[in-house]
Write a protein that binds this ligand. Structure first.
Ligand code: B12
Ligand code: SF4
Length: 467
């Protein structure tokens, strides 16, 4: 039996910009270990039809984020009109928007962790057994919706197979995760909803053993010796003893440059030093806003500016590149606040700064705040046409244009701060699609150069450093 994961065509890019689809790669490993065939197919009617025409018993397993829901559901609907195939959905969108089950063409949705849920479902289908009581799943049968409870979280992550790197081969960048879970509850993030779903059992960070991680990395290195490693964990250095052991073993056995995320409020100078010694090339931190009040009250992030500056200095001191995340267009804030945040990024010398217009997802606190202020909108032209279900109604097309333009050129302004004095003028300009494309190419190339340099660039830098 074959399981097809239909993915948006962008996911098949030879060199994904920043990360691989680790969820799908993990589910694929799980399914293959149980003898199922797995195929990743472009989510277009043409590609899926070609694959389904091969006549093998197949199910469709979509891994879905909200932004792609509309497009993917349209493709699925057309496929279901042509083929008699079951379509199941998992990933962030069904987890946070379980009302997805009501959509035409959706046979079942998986909430939360899918590792065992998918194996359980597919095995029962293969064996011709009833599957309507499989945990984590909601099913639609005739006009009935069946909602099953969640199974316990995978406590020991070392029991899971390594991500399948055959379905997504990449010699440039390999993503890996050492943890699951996050105890924080930032108001714009869906993690709080995840923790509510799991009765807060997911709030405790579960971390793989160092040896398990090093073994997977060893396999990656053997296959892709020139690769860059991206740790996708919300926080890589969760515990000092783990980080120390990891750093020693990583340096000795892996020694490939890597990128990771840290959380400034729980980071000390020694941790940055340990990461550097392990071979860390770039670190991302969440600045989000430069106003401590906005950060604390509106975002529920307690870190002070003083601490962010301190950590940024440690990062620079150790020669690691600094990547920052920022949110613009929060309700109850002004464009002036966004410009202040931009200047703060300049002051901490961010090598690459991202400023994203807020997407107020349903089931987050910021969604409720925006709703109470009557600021919710479903304007699909926000975020450069990527539909996010909800956006903020800023009450003026000029503010909207300024925010969208600011999002496009954020990294450029941080790199060339002399432009900031004209920011009101620049962001009011009606950027054409062509300008947006130029900016995207520019930022993507800086992103790669600074944060995830390819092998050839690393070698040139090493060679020129000798002179
Ligand atoms: C790394 C990452 C990325 C990477 C890789 C994306 C990906 N889809 O894997 C990149 C940089 C490309 C990315 C881009 C974006 N991301 Co992102 N990203 C993450 C991050 C930090 C980790 C994802 C991950 O690898 N987790 C580890 C794996 C093992 O977990 P998983 O993917 O969730 O899969 C598990 C389950 O969900 C389930 N499952 C997944 N798929 C399926 C399918 C089936 C059939 C079944 C049964 C189960 C199942 O089983 C898996 C194993 O348990 C998450 C936050 C988080 N902590 O999850 C945000 C997150 C997924 N991203 C998010 C967003 C908004 C985006 C963007 C839309 C941002 C943007 N503005 O462009 C894009 C969308 C691109 C895309 N097509 O996915 C949101 C999604 C919210 C939502 N409602 O959909 C998240 C949840 C962050 C957040 N808290 O808001 N992202
Ligand atoms: S934004 Fe990051 S730290 Fe905050 S709740 Fe979400 S995952 Fe956790």
């Amino acid at each position: 039996m074959k399981v097809i994961f239909p993915l948006e065509p962008k996911a098949f890019k030879k060199h994904p910009k920043s990360a691989q689809r680790l969820g799908v790669m993990m589910l694929s490993a799980m399914l293959k270990s149980r003898g199922f065939k797995v195929e990743l197919v472009k989510a277009t009617v043409k590609d899926l039809s070609a694959s389904l025409n091969q006549g093998e018993p197949t199910i469709l397993a979509y891994s879905l984020v909200s932004q792609l829901a509309e497009t993917i559901l349209a493709v699925n609907k057309e496929i279901k009109q042509r083929f008699s195939v079951k379509s199941f959905f998992g990933g962030p969108h069904p987890t946070y928007y379980p009302e997805l089950i009501l959509e035409e063409g959706v046979d079942g949705i998986c909430l939360g962790e899918g590792d065992f849920a998918i194996v359980d479902l597919v095995s029962r289908i293969r064996d011709g057994r009833d599957y309507l009581d499989v945990s984590n799943w909601h099913f639609k049968q005739d006009d009935r919706i069946i909602k099953n409870a969640l199974r316990p979280l995978v406590e020991d992550l070392d029991t899971l197979p390594f991500a399948d790197r055959d379905v997504m081969k990449n010699d440039y960048l390999n993503s890996i995760m050492t943890t699951r879970g996050c105890p924080y509850q930032c108001t714009y993030c869906l993690n709080a909803a995840y923790n509510r779903l799991y009765n807060y059992r997911s709030a405790k960070i579960r971390q793989r053993s160092v040896d398990h991680v090093i073994e997977e990395l060893g396999q990656i290195k053997a296959r892709f010796p020139r690769t860059f490693i991206a740790f996708l964990d919300t926080i890589l250095p969760v515990r000092k003893d783990w980080t120390e052991e990891f750093a020693k073993k990583y340096r000795k056995n892996i020694n490939l440059p890597f990128f990771c995320n840290i959380k400034t409020d729980i980071t000390d100078r020694e941790t940055i030093q340990i990461l550097k010694e392990a071979g860390c090339h770039s670190i991302a931190i969440g600045v989000e806003s430069s106003s401590e009040e906005i950060r604390k009250k509106l975002m529920k992030r307690k870190v002070t500016n003083e601490k962010i500056i301190e950590v940024a200095n440690w990062i620079h001191e150790s020669g690691i590149k600094l990547h920052t995340f920022n949110i613009i267009g929060m309700p109850q804030t002004s464009f002036f606040d966004d410009v202040e945040t931009l200047k703060f990024n300049v002051s901490i010398k961010a090598d690459y700064a991202v400023g994203s217009v807020l997407s107020p997802y349903k089931r987050t606190e910021i969604y409720e705040i925006a709703k109470s202020l009557n600021m919710l909108s479903t304007d699909s032209t926000f975020s450069r046409g990527k539909f996010t279900f909800h956006t903020i109604d800023y009450g003026s097309s000029i503010i909207k244009r300024k925010l969208l333009n600011l999002e496009s050129i954020y990294a450029i302004l941080v790199k060339y701060p002399f432009l900031i004095k004209n920011i009101n003028f620049i962001t009011k300009l009606p950027f054409t699609k062509f300008c947006a494309l130029i900016f995207r190419i520019w930022t993507a190339s800086v992103y790669r150069r600074e944060l995830l340099p390819p092998y050839w660039l690393r070698k040139i830098r090493e060679m020129t450093a000798k002179f």
